[in-house]
Design a protein around this ligand. Structure first.
Ligand SMILES: Nc1nc2c(c(=O)[nH]1)N[C@H]1C(S)=C(S)[C@@H](COP(=O)(O)O)O[C@H]1N2
Ligand SMILES: [Mo]
Length: 258
C-alpha cells in the first residue's frame, strides 16, 4: 500500500519534471520556425495516417431485411468442377476441414461443426462487383478475429491468404487456382467473417459453399468463395503471380477498399 503510494508520488514527480522539460522544449520549438515547420508536417502526416486507420476500421453500412436482393447474382466460379471440391460436395462436406496454417503458433483443421461453434456474426450488406453490379444479402459466419487469436498469429504474420478449391480457365498446373489475401486490419475488422449462411439458409454452392469470406469494406473479388485453407504469411511475393490474388495477378488492385 505505502509502496503504491510512494510509487504514485514518484510517478507524479517524474510527470511534473517531464512536463517542465516539455514546456521548455516547446518554448524553444516555438522560437524556431524550421522546427515548427517540420513538426507541422509530421503532425499532418500523423493525422492523415490516423484518419486512414480510423477509416479502415469504420463499419460498412448495414441494411434491413427488406433491402435484401431477391436475386443476388452469383459470379465467377459458381459450380467448381475441381475434383477435391466435387468429392466434398458429394459427401455433404462431412470430411471438409478448414486448414489454418503458415505463421501461426497453433495450426488448425476445423470441421464445419467446429466452425459453427465459433463466435459468429450476421450482417446485411451490399456486395459491389467491379463489373458494376451490386446485390444486398445477409451473411452469417464465424468472426475471423477471434479465430486468429486462437490460432495465435506469429509476429511476422502480416497477411492472410485464402486458398480456394476452384480454378478458373483451362490451365491444369494450378496457376489458375483462385486465391485472395487481406491484411490484419481487415482480418480483425468486426464485420470480417467466414460465412456459412446466406439469407438465413445454408450457403449455396453458387455463393461459395461451404465457407466464403465476407470482408465488407472491399470489392467483390476479395470475397473468396470455396475456402480450403487460410495461410498466415509475411508477404505473398512467392505465391502464384506474386500480387496477392487471382485477379490482382491479372491486373486488379490489391487494395480494393470501398
Ligand atoms: N473462389 C472464388 N471466389 C470468388 C470468385 C471466384 O471466381 N472464385 N469470384 C469473385 C468475384 S469477382 C465476385 S463479384 C464474388 C461473387 O460472389 P457471389 O457469387 O456470391 O456473388 O466472388 C468473388 N470470390
Ligand atoms: Mo466481382
Amino acid at each position: 500500500m505505502t509502496d503504491a503510494i510512494h510509487r504514485r508520488g514518484w510517478i507524479k514527480g517524474v510527470a511534473a519534471s517531464l512536463t517542465g522539460l516539455w514546456l521548455a522544449a516547446c518554448n524553444r520549438i516555438n522560437d524556431n520556425p524550421d522546427v515548427q515547420k517540420t513538426l507541422l508536417k509530421a503532425e499532418g502526416l500523423n493525422r492523415r495516417v490516423h484518419r486512414a486507420l480510423i477509416d479502415r476500421k469504420a463499419l460498412a453500412k448495414e441494411f434491413t431485411a427488406a433491402d435484401i436482393s431477391k436475386d443476388f447474382k452469383a459470379n465467377g466460379s459458381i459450380s467448381p468442377g475441381d475434383k477435391p471440391y466435387r468429392d466434398h460436395l458429394m459427401a455433404g462436406f462431412k470430411d471438409y476441414r478448414l486448414v489454418i496454417d503458415g505463421l501461426v503458433d497453433h495450426p488448425m483443421e476445423l470441421s464445419l461443426a467446429d466452425i459453427h461453434a465459433l463466435p459468429s456474426r450476421s450482417q446485411i450488406t451490399r456486395h459491389d462487383c467491379v463489373e458494376g453490379w451490386s446485390s444486398i444479402g445477409k451473411w452469417t459466419g464465424a468472426r475471423l478475429g477471434p479465430l486468429l487469436d486462437r490460432a495465435g498469429l506469429k509476429r511476422e504474420a502480416r497477411y492472410l491468404v485464402f486458398h480456394c478449391f476452384d480454378t478458373l480457365g483451362a490451365a491444369t498446373d494450378g496457376s489458375n487456382q483462385y486465391y485472395e489475401s487481406i491484411d490484419l486490419i481487415d482480418a480483425y475488422h468486426p464485420q470480417t467473417i467466414l460465412a456459412y449462411q446466406m439469407n438465413d439458409a445454408v450457403l449455396p454452392v453458387g455463393h461459395g459453399a461451404p465457407l466464403r469470406l465476407r470482408v465488407e469494406r472491399q470489392l467483390g473479388y476479395k470475397q473468396a468463395k470455396y475456402i480450403a485453407r487460410i495461410e498466415a504469411v509475411s508477404d505473398f511475393k512467392s505465391l502464384h503471380g506474386g500480387k496477392g490474388g487471382f485477379w490482382e495477378d491479372r491486373g486488379y488492385e490489391w487494395y480494393a477498399g470501398i
